[in-house]
Design a protein around this ligand. Structure first.
Ligand SMILES: Cc1cc2nc3c(=O)[nH]c(=O)nc-3n(C[C@H](O)[C@H](O)[C@H](O)COP(=O)(O)OP(=O)(O)OC[C@H]3O[C@@H](n4cnc5c(N)ncnc54)[C@H](O)[C@@H]3O)c2cc1C
Length: 416
């Protein structure tokens, strides 16, 4: 097997939202980066699809927002929930102090392709697909690179900094021996797609009924459906048979009943295990983790991508200048954690509260659900819908790009 050895200033492990955004920003600031992504492409279904107003604002600051919005997407300006038979509005993004006053629903692979395309416009940006980091190189207590595998053979990457952006099952954080604080999650998600027809409603919708939570996301040609189940019950559901499962879905989605035969077997349905956790310390000499690798997020609020992107912006702001000079000292890595730990803690706290107070209760309910008083109040005074819009759309401590662009893009890729 071929062994290749390369040197790079910064090696980013994982081409998700955190890794691709950080790679793009560091390359734009003139720092040589290599992003390793273990899959051959970005086409995977388990990813969330939401690009939030604070991320859109940041793309505006980078001058690439119009480019992103040329790609197929749906705009969600008001968020509604169906509880039992009532539809209630829960968030109104139209008053946010941002350019784009909506959530853009865009398949995540399109968003990642977009970041890759913009990153590739800089000579300092390198991306290796189908390259999986399997171990860290460590010398005298310091991380000095990674060992990776690709179809061509083994790759040894030596770098001044390794950034772990390899998601909630991070190899990097495991190999670094960083301590994880698990906060638990009472649910898992069954993920499936059902075809969409022209006369179907436009809006993506969350549906809550006794014992059931279902989210249907409009992906133009099909509905991406997320069916929330109590943690660890997937096998019981499977044991009751696919026919039984289709009937259950049919009760929640009467207008899609005629298409549920598309779910022919359990192969058409993926189980996504939900985790909420956080690293006690996000770094060690020569290494730092950000995004889900530092703090796995629950799907509640659909804020994980946004938080991962915000981490990347903060990390680039803090790391770009020190990296240009060499290996950043631990005090600089600590600044990244200090900057991002507060928004992470607050967001996870809200997610865990929602999991325990709302999700667990709904999943355990055997009576029809009524609309909670707080939501009734929001229908009477729509101004109140701006509060959840701010929490979801902007989050805590939104970041702004402070890294300079060291040189103009060298290719036409951005214009295409
Ligand atoms: C069911 C579910 C639904 C969700 N829905 C939403 C939503 O609608 N909106 C939202 O904002 N968030 C959602 N989230 C959360 C969101 O997916 C994550 O918070 C977000 O993707 C984190 O981004 P990341 O870049 O840190 O990690 P990831 O998106 O997990 O990316 C990690 C990348 O690293 C790669 N990788 C892993 N290991 C290696 C390795 N060893 N070597 C090289 N590459 C590697 C992976 O292939 C992947 O591309 C959801 C989560 C779940 C579980």
């Amino acid at each position: 097997m071929l062994v290749e050895e390369i040197n790079v200033r910064c090696c980013i492990v994982g081409g998700g939202p955190a890794g691709m955004m950080l790679g793009f920003l560091l390359a734009r600031a003139g720092v040589e980066v290599l992003v390793l992504e273990k899959h051959a492409d970005f086409l995977r279904d388990f990813r969330g699809d939401t690009v939030h107003p604070s991320t859109l604002e940041m793309l505006y600051e980078l001058g690439v927002l119009d480019d992103l919005l040329k790609r197929p997407h749906q705009k969600l300006q008001r968020l509604a929930l169906q509880i039992g038979d009532s539809t209630v509005r829960v968030a109104d993004f139209s008053h946010l102090p941002t350019r784009a006053k909506f959530i853009a629903f865009m398949p995540q692979w399109d968003f990642l392709d977009f970041l890759a395309e913009h990153g590739r416009a800089y000579p300092e940006f390198h991306l290796r697909m189908q390259t999986e980091a399997v171990d860290l190189l460590q010398e005298e207590g310091r991380v000095v690179g990674v060992r990776a595998r690709s179809p061509k053979g083994e790759l040894i990457v030596r770098s001044d900094l390794v950034v772990g952006t390899d998601g909630r099952h991070s190899t990097v954080r495991q190999k670094a021996g960083l301590k994880i604080i698990d906060q638990g999650a009472p649910m898992d998600v069954l993920w499936m797609r059902i075809s969409r027809e022209k006369n179907d409603p436009e809006q993506s919708l969350g549906r809550i009924d006794r014992g059931r939570i279902l989210v249907t996301i409009n992906r133009d040609e099909y509905w991406q459906c997320a069916f929330v189940i109590p943690k660890g019950t997937a096998e019981q559901i499977k044991a009751r048979g696919i026919e039984n499962f289709r009937e259950e879905l049919g009760r929640l989605l009467p207008h899609l009943r005629g298409r549920l035969h598309e779910l022919t077997s359990w192969d058409d349905i993926s189980l996504l295990t939900v985790k909420v956790d956080r690293l006690e310390t996000w770094y060690k000499p020569g290494l730092i983790c950000i995004g889900d690798a530092a703090h796995a997020m629950s799907p509640i609020g659909g804020v994980g991508i946004n938080l991962a992107v915000q981490d990347a912006v903060a990390a680039a702001n803090i790391l770009a200048a020190p990296l240009a000079a060499g290996a950043p000292p631990v005090s600089v890595l600590e600044r990244v954690q200090r900057r991002r730990e507060f928004p992470t803690r607050v967001t996870q706290r809200m997610q865990v509260l929602a999991q325990n107070r709302i999700v667990s209760r709904v999943l355990a309910a055997d009576k029809p659900l009524s609309v909670p008083s707080i939501l009734k109040l929001m229908q009477r005074w729509p101004m109140l819908q701006r509060i959840p819009a701010r929490a979801i759309g902007l989050g805590v401590r939104p970041e702004h790009v402070k890294t300079p662009e060291m040189r103009r893009p060298h290719r036409n890729a951005v214009a295409s």
